[in-house]
Design a protein around this ligand. Structure first.
Ligand SMILES: NC(=O)c1ccc[n+]([C@@H]2O[C@H](COP(=O)([O-])OP(=O)(O)OC[C@H]3O[C@@H](n4cnc5c(N)ncnc54)[C@H](O)[C@@H]3O)[C@@H](O)[C@H]2O)c1
Length: 399
């Protein structure tokens, strides 16, 4: 078997007995969709990655309204709940703050958490824009806390394998990065106004919500971006606001299509939309290089399709599917016997694993993890895409 240069680094746990394994306090801000996904991950992490560097102790969860966060605390297994995020940040028992709030709260809460010496996981997109994201990155550097921006698709075993193959030169020189992230959930004009459609709350629409994921995968797999050209559009310009009982202007993109130039000479396309009937959570990435190609899609996330120009007999040459569930594949020796697949929610288990390991052992996060630096760089690219969609010109990406 080929030794991989980058990839899953086995946890260096020196714990010999169960009694030696410490606990580490986790506080969560936000309790809805991502609150549920991340709570599941904190609980599952030590169960899968045994013995863990520490066992996450779910101290307190914050959200609004009170009755709903109280119910979430019970359901997800937190000792306490609160409606005041400052209580999470100032809680001495909490070492890791998990920020799963709407985008407009990411910067404020993460910077306050950094000041309080907390290690932070912040959901993506990291901020409303690159300026905010830079302030967040500066804060975690200044206060010396571990930081993850939760671009969780890097945590898929097949994606780490893809990264390893590229690092090993299996694709040779890279020519193309082709990515689409498509969903369907706001195609109905009667779908109401929510925070994910309001610029002041989310920064951008499909671009930040979906596009930033594949921008991050582009950087992770293909390298740094040099320039972008883009078109964005808003198909439904007003939505009914159920709170005010009035129509409200939608001031973010419903869809984005962008052409990308990488610094290594590769070119790419990035498309994101929530207006694609039939597409549930279609996150597709393809990379073509001089020696072969690979592609992956989230809805079949345990598989990586590969094509090697030279390796197969000519009459059977073609893409073939690797089920990335062998014990020698990234993360998989901790999971199930091969073929017993993992799911979307398990990407967050890997994120929790990396954070606990880094905090307890006081080491750098492993190279596949997206940090606040990556969150900032994705935000710079998003800003350049929005700028290009307005200017109609190719825009440089300057980190
Ligand atoms: N990585 C992924 O796959 C993925 C998927 C979906 C969402 N996200 C990201 O996760 C974040 C949260 O998205 P979501 O879909 O869970 O949103 P959501 O609307 O379902 O939940 C937001 C949570 O924030 C809480 N909140 C809002 N204002 C608050 C305040 N002032 N004080 C305390 N709590 C407050 C709400 O009570 C709620 O629990 C967003 O940044 C989003 O982009 C990531």
């Amino acid at each position: 078997m080929v030794e991989r240069k980058v990839g899953f680094i086995k946890m260096a746990s020196e714990k010999k007995t169960i009694g030696d394994i410490p606990e580490i306090g986790v506080g969560m801000i936000g309790h809805a969709f991502m609150g549920k996904a991340h709570s599941n991950a904190w609980k599952k992490m030590p169960y899968i990655f045994w013995p863990p560097a520490a066992i996450p102790k779910l101290i307190s969860i914050c959200g609004i309204p009170e009755e709903s966060v109280a119910e979430a605390a019970k359901r997800y297994g937190f000792l306490e709940y609160t409606t005041e995020w400052k209580k999470i940040i100032n809680d001495e028992r909490i070492k890791i703050v998990d920020n799963v709030t709407p985008n407009f709260l990411h910067a404020k809460l993460s910077i306050e958490a950094a000041k309080a010496g907390k290690n932070i996981i912040c959901e993506k997109p990291m901020a409303l824009n690159a300026k905010e994201a830079k302030e967040m990155w500066d804060a975690v550097k200044k206060y010396g806390v571990k930081n993850i921006c939760d671009y969780n698709y890097r945590m898929v075993p097949a994606i780490v394998l893809a990264k390893n193959l590229i690092m090993d030169g299996k694709l040779g020189k890279l020519f193309h990065f082709r990515a689409r992230y498509l969903q369907e959930w706001i195609v109905d004009p009667d779908f109401p106004m929510i925070w994910k459609l309001r610029k002041a709350d989310c920064g951008s629409g499909a671009l930040g919500d979906l596009g930033s994921h594949i921008i991050d995968l582009g950087r992770f797999l293909c390298g740094e971006v040099k320039s972008v050209m883009a078109v964005t559009t808003t198909f439904i310009k007003e939505r009914y606001n159920e709170a005010t009982k009035k129509k409200e202007k939608v001031d973010v993109d419903d869809a984005v299509a962008s052409v990308v130039e990488f610094r290594n000479g590769a070119i790419g396309t990035i498309e994101a939309s929530r207006f694609c009937p039939g597409r549930k959570n279609y996150n597709y990435v393809e990379i073509n290089g001089e020696k072969g190609s690979i592609w992956w899609d989230l809805e079949n996330m345990n598989n990586l399709w590969v094509f090697w120009k030279e390796e197969e007999p000519i009459d059977t040459r073609g893409f073939h599917c690797v089920n990335v569930t062998e014990s020698y594949h990234p993360y998989y020796e901790n999971w199930w016997p091969h073929g017993h697949i993992i799911g979307w929610e398990d990407t967050f288990v890997h994120t929790a694993y990396h954070m606990v390991n880094a905090v307890i052992n006081d080491v750098e996060l492993e190279p596949m993890v997206a940090t606040f630096e990556d969150g900032y760089k994705a935000a710079v690219i998003c800003d350049a895409i929005l700028k290009s969609s307005k200017s109609g010109r190719k825009e440089k990406v300057v980190y």
